[in-house]
Design a protein around this ligand. Sequence first.
Ligand code: NAI
Length: 468
Amino acid sequence: MNYDAIVIGSGPGGYSAACLLAKNGLKTAVVERDKPGGVCLNVGCIPTKAFIHMAEKISTVKKNQIPGLPDITSGPIDMTAVNQKVQSVANQMSKGIDFLFKQNQVDYFAGQASFMDDHTIKVKSQSEEREWTAKYFVIATGSSNKDFFGNFANPQPDSHLIDSTGALALDTIPEKLIVIGGGAIGVEFAYIYQLLGSEVTLLEYLPNLLPGMDAECGKTLERSFKRQKLKVITGAEVTSVTEDKGICTVEYNKNDQSQSIQADYILLAMGRSPNSQDLGIKNLSANILEKGFVEVDQKTMATAIPHIYAIGDIVSHSPMLAHVAYEEARLACEHIVNQDASFSIDPQGIPFCIYSYPQAAAFGLSEEVATEQGLDFKALKLFFKASGKAVALGKSDGFVKILVDNQTETILGASIVGPDATEILPELLVAYQNKIKLMDLVNTMHAHPTLSELIWDTAKSFYHLNLH
Ligand code: NAI
């Protein structure tokens, strides 16, 4: 065998699995067909956060929202400079992954990997094709933007029908932009382009934005977006997307009526598909795919072929989130190294985080699911309007909601919509994971004035100890 372990894909799942395996003494290689760092670092989580940060700053200045400063709102936005900054953040992070591989003595192969048999892969690069063998494999090949309408499969030059990768590199700001899909990607890009001055319409098939989260998250976000002049249409099923001479048209059904709207750009954000084509799965001794995703034992991340593991977006029934991939990598590595794992992933303990204003962050049960399950619980809720810190920041949209089991006084789930919601959620996750009683949270002094103080106050309301 050439290697103890070969990891295919170098996104958050792949690079952490490769480094952990190498740290534990396994001779490890990673194969990557694109840039180190995968979607997250190059065209996903990290560059979009840089883009949001810049769009928020630009919007604050353009709208002259800093009291005391003279009006400097005139002049166009230089999108080349914005894109360069976004790209430089992605490049810096991608180089960091190169460094991690060197530091941990992980061999790096650039090229497309595909299985020849259960212990052999072929790696095809521009210049050569080589075969490598290993005792263990970890498939971490991630996902790509889904395209129900076939536009990315047959891309036209300079098409104005774009996906999230295209939306990270536009050299002009669309006058009118239609975003299809009110999930994480759709919400974040609708927010960015509205800040940059586009007239944005966000279409979502289901009754609320951010379906899957507590319904109040999507409803609150929709109300706030409308105040920000971002048009949201929910309950709208898009049926066709066309482009003709630079004019893009979307047809959709709402309340059994067919409607159509036009824009100069359309962003498709209707979910992602697993990258399992070209992996040579058919050459393996067992079928490990289900609808294009790899099936694993969730306790170990091993497939039906015991020495082949899979982690991250490619895994069946696993949320497509970088932090889930990190934990799945740790689980797979523990199992490879010790043939056992010291922990398991609690699906209810997975945080979902959306980066707009307001932000949305949640884990565990939503109020709807807890009600459906007939649980004996209280939904405690306080609004950021009662938070002095939020009002001082001029960001008081949103709420903290904590679901508490009436018998055990422990947390069943929590949703926060508001400023820095993603940063203040984790204290509730620690309380949830450790089954801490709400009174212990109440007895933990929180500083004033902070945003997390609203969590403290919300917890106090269970015992009628809050002032609001
Ligand atoms: P998604 O599955 O989260 O949302 C897609 C949305 O499109 C759904 O709400 C769906 O109802 C809607 N939709 C589908 N077909 C439609 C149609 N014909 N007409 C109107 N609406 C339609 O997918 P998204 O936002 O593309 O994200 C993909 C994955 O990446 C998700 O798993 C997401 O969690 C992850 N991601 C996470 C981020 C974060 O955590 N901040 C950021 C970006 C992506």
